[in-house]
Design a protein around this ligand. Structure first.
Ligand code: NCD
Ligand code: ZN
Length: 347
């Protein structure tokens, strides 16, 4: 049976939620990840260094004692974010990024930023203190076609941010388009992107297979097949500007299967196995380790994990649902097979 040993992977964009939900999400994530960058879009959002560190402890309290899992935190930027909060966050080695959500762009982004230009003084401080700017890159203007919102964000905001702050490290999160791949590929040093497993596996037809498929609804939306292929090429190119960020985003079943369903796909139960499928299909399995275990750490200036995991090409069935905070959570590939499996964690 084909096996593959890689440095323990990291996930540079994940939603673990809070309270009871952590029993499911932190257990799944800590099973195979070394580190993860935890998104701050709780309700209320994580807008202070103090709140981020308290949230981090709640996550750790829900991880098995022997787990090597290290949560790394991101601060949620708002129109009221202060220079002090940026400096305090940067002072902690446990807070490594500040997250820009344009207000209204996605789940729990109501407190996000309405006027990006007004954050420029904060970006200058982040540039100075070395805090990474992590961006949900979609405009929110309702007159812009929802499939074009990533491209418009790049043109209307991202180019200017990257040019105005030449030393600021910027991650465009969960990219979905060939346009974003081209932008990141040719951007200056210090500009990178995360890519999810679901955007590598699905295109927008998967939202409408025989009817509307709410469990494939996430933001930014799935795009055309040509975009998916561009993402696969970028991920499998061993280009250190592209690394893994699952954007695993759980919602209770009734929140997804609703007249106005929530955006978010849950992949934390099988994230690396899904990536192995993608890289195997592209005949670039030897590059999986760079994408999942090395390039993100390099970008954030952190060492590689020192232990490893072993994957085997042995198909397994994803459960129909997981228990999630007294609700059902429908995972990606529910009731279907994933063709790779994590065999063991070895030191
Ligand atoms: C995320 C969530 O549910 O928190 N949803 C999603 O569709 N990706 C928010 C986000 O990252 O956009
Ligand atoms: Zn996300």
């Amino acid at each position: 049976m084909e096996t593959l040993q890689i440095t323990r992977p990291d996930d540079w964009h994940i939603h673990l939620r809070d309270d009871d939900a952590l029993r499911t999400t932190a257990t799944h994530a800590s099973h195979y990840l070394g580190r993860a960058l935890i998104m701050p879009n709780l309700q209320p959002p994580v807008t202070t260094a103090e709140a981020a560190l308290a949230y981090r402890q709640r996550i750790l309290d829900n991880c098995p004692a022997a787990s090597p899992f290290t949560p790394l935190m991101a601060l949620y930027l708002t129109d009221q974010s202060s220079p002090d909060e940026i400096r305090q966050s940067a002072d902690s080695d446990k807070i490594i990024a500040a997250k820009l959500y344009p207000a209204g762009a996605t789940t729990h982004s109501q407190s996000g930023v309405k006027d990006i230009q007004r954050l420029y003084p904060l970006f200058a401080i982040m540039e100075e203190v070395g805090l990474v700017l992590s961006i949900h890159g979609e405009v929110t203007d309702p007159s812009v076609d929802i499939f074009d919102r990533e491209k418009r964000f790049i043109d209307d905001h991202l180019r200017a941010i990257v040019d105005t702050f030449p030393q600021l490290r910027v991650v465009l999160e969960h990219i979905t388009t060939a346009t974003a791949v081209d932008f990141i590929s040719s951007a200056r040093r210090g500009v990178a992107a995360t890519i999810t497993a679901h955007h590598l596996l699905l295109n927008r037809n998967d939202l409408f297979r025989g009817g509307i498929c709410p469990h494939n609804y996430c933001l930014p939306l799935l795009k055309r097949e040509a975009d998916r292929c561009a993402l696969v090429n970028a991920a499998c190119a061993a280009n250190p500007r592209f690394f893994y960020g699952s954007d695993s985003a759980p919602h209770p079943r009734q929140g997804k299967e609703s007249a106005c369903g929530c955006a978010g796909i849950y992949t934390a139960h099988a994230g690396i196995e899904l990536c192995a499928e993608i890289f195997s299909e592209a005949e670039t399995l030897d590059r999986l380790e760079g994408f999942c275990s090395h390039f993100g750490a390099d970008f954030y200036g952190l060492p590689h994990n020192t232990d490893s995991i072993t994957l085997t090409a042995s198909p397994w069935s994803v459960p129909d649902c997981y228990e999630y905070s007294h609700n059902d959570l429908i995972p990606f590939r529910a009731g279907q097979k994933v063709s790779w499996k994590i065999q063991e964690a070895s030191v």
